[in-house]
Design a protein around this ligand. Structure first.
Ligand SMILES: [Zn+2]
Ligand SMILES: [Zn+2]
Length: 236
């Protein structure tokens, strides 16, 4: 009996390693497919007699899936990767845990696939993945900052106002007290029902509160408020 792995000449007659039968293609379909994928034998498919020798299994255990092959003998495995370079700026240091979290969540959601790909060494090195994740995070941060700036540019927003303006418009003594009111209102946010079941997303929550206070205090018309906050009269 020959080992089914490519580049392996081990035979059950002359080698003392164990020989594992392919997982049943019907009863253990997933496992069977995984083996086929990992073995990358393009010339033929395994039949019900095909076996793989234990030399391709970590610790020689069948449950570990065949991951050790001649073709990746010289490749780096995740456990042997060099330490991450220290060329990073201090502020990216703070982001690092988040990157790790992302990586952890990725591997948590697809445990089988990620361990497989790492073992096969076909994916880019871990460092590159970390770099890409960081880049993605930076982009997200940038775009959320841009959104905020854009919002502040196009809307009359309470986040740009001083205490004096808030006092005049809403009748609250300081901005801090307004913040407390917003925090308090936020607790009941889910129970707020908008007119006709609308979802109000074009205006931030604190501005919604502020508009409400302004209306109560100043009795502004809806048209006036809509113009101030660059939104439709219907939204108000
Ligand atoms: Zn073998
Ligand atoms: Zn062997």
């Amino acid at each position: 009996m020959h080992c089914f792995a490519p580049d392996c000449n081990h035979q059950s007659e002359s080698h003392c390693c164990q020989f594992f039968l392919f997982p049943n293609p019907v009863k253990k379909k997933e496992e069977n497919r995984r083996w086929v994928r990992l073995l990358r034998r393009d010339d033929r498919d395994p039949n019900k007699y095909s076996k793989v020798c234990s030399c391709h299994f970590k610790d020689g255990k069948k449950s570990n899936d065949p991951t050790i092959f001649e073709r990746n003998a010289n490749k780096l495995f995740p456990s042997q990767e060099p330490p991450v370079q220290k060329k990073k700026k201090p502020d990216s240091e703070a982001k690092l845990p988040a990157v790790k979290d992302i990586l952890a969540s990725i591997s948590a959601t697809t445990p089988a696939e990620s361990s497989e790909t790492q073992d096969e060494s076909t994916t880019p090195p871990t460092e590159q993945i970390i770099f890409e994740a960081e880049l993605h995070l930076a982009k997200l941060e940038l775009s959320s900052q841009q959104d905020t700036i854009q919002y502040q540019k196009t809307h009359y927003s309470v986040s740009m106002m001083t205490s004096e303006v808030i006092r005049m418009e809403a009748g609250l003594p300081t901005k801090e007290i307004f913040t407390i009111v917003v925090d308090y209102a936020a607790k009941y946010r889910d129970s707020i029902s908008y007119y006709c079941g609308w979802k109000v997303e074009s205006i931030t929550f604190e501005d919604q509160i502020f508009i409400t206070l302004m209306k109560l205090r100043q009795n502004y018309t809806n048209t006036h408020l809509a113009q101030l906050f660059s939104c439709s009269v219907g939204t108000i």
